[in-house]
Design a protein around this ligand. Structure first.
Ligand SMILES: [Zn+2]
Length: 321
């Protein structure tokens, strides 16, 4: 933690103040005693003497978390009103950063449970805050989307499913967008990078919602998909066994299908329990997506577009001349 209370109840911020007087410090959440730590490797910070009674800081923070929190805070305060480790009594949470009094930025460097993420997000939403999660290295998107990563996804008509990642080593903010999954469950998406500290952070974070040219991603289809499915069935993969059972009921068989029957191979992510960060209804997007590809004659390649594209082109095609 970078902010603590002193004996007089004043906030002491280790980013703003170089020299810190006093000896006794307290957690702004639980009020328990914290110690000022100054090490060689890790930047000066406060740490609980005992975490037993604190609900707000679940663990002593990593060097990565402290460093990223400091960088993003210093970046945000160039152009915006921002508070570091802001205690929000109405929801009993501490926001890593609170920008312009309404946007909570959470720098998430370690895994947390789905339940905890859901609770924290809902608390912010219900109190009228917007919350945005910026993911540290451990949570970056890799080859496949995990269940937890899906719950960090946001959505916009111009960027589709997207997520923000923070890179401490390279001092960059990554925007991963047009996030899709192929039939192997592998991730296909685009990335845009922003150097930390350059430009207005709030403007950059609004970037996915600004009207812009349709984004395009050339999907990588698998021409050997039928062999892959046959192997998956042979090994009793639950996902493909379920698909096969469903098709059997309609009198079909996956192994008798043609490659085109699996088009489009690359699809938007789905989640049975929904996406906790996304409040808008995605039904039209999924429907338009399917309709668009079903109508295409050439199924030997697949280009993926911003959601706004499918909506616009289907509307155009359905309007009589
Ligand atoms: Zn505490």
């Amino acid at each position: 933690m970078l902010v603590a209370k002193n004996e007089q109840g004043q906030s002491i911020c280790l980013v703003k103040q170089q020299a810190v007087g006093g000896k006794k410090f307290f957690c702004p959440g639980c009020g328990g005693p914290v110690r000022l730590r100054k090490g060689q490797v890790i930047r000066p910070h406060f740490a609980h003497i005992s975490l037993k009674h604190c609900r707000y800081f679940s663990e002593n923070e990593s060097a990565q978390h402290l460093a990223l929190k400091t960088s993003v805070y210093q970046w945000a305060r160039k152009h915006n009103k921002v508070e570091l480790e802001k205690w929000l009594p109405e929801i009993e949470q501490i926001a890593d950063l609170l920008v312009e009094e309404r946007l909570a930025l959470e720098i998430q460097c370690s895994s947390l449970s789905f339940k905890r993420l859901q609770e924290r997000t809902h608390a912010y939403q219900q109190a009228g805050y917007r919350v945005l999660w910026l993911l540290g290295e451990q949570l970056w998107l890799k080859n496949r989307l995990t269940k937890l990563q899906k719950q960090f996804l946001s959505f916009s008509q111009y960027m589709g499913f997207f997520v923000w990642e923070l890179d401490l080593k390279c001092q960059r903010l990554h925007l991963r967008y047009l996030i899709h999954e192929d039939l192997h469950g592998r991730l296909q998406c685009l990335t845009e990078e922003f150097p930390l500290g350059v430009g207005n952070l709030l403007t950059i974070l609004r970037f996915p919602y600004q009207k812009k040219k349709v984004a395009v991603l050339k999907g990588r289809q698998d021409v050997q998909l039928l062999d892959y499915i046959a192997r998956q069935l042979y090994h009793h993969s639950p996902k493909w066994m379920a698909a096969q059972a469903q098709l059997y009921q309609k009198g079909g068989n996956l192994l008798m299908q043609h490659l085109d029957d699996f088009y489009p191979q690359i699809r938007p992510p789905q989640s049975r329990c929904g996406f906790v960060q996304i409040q808008e209804d995605l039904t039209d997007y999924y429907a338009n997506f399917q309709t668009y590809y079903q109508q295409l004659n050439h199924k030997d390649e697949q280009y993926l577009y911003s959601p706004v594209f499918y909506q616009t082109i289907l509307k155009k095609n359905s309007t009589p001349n």
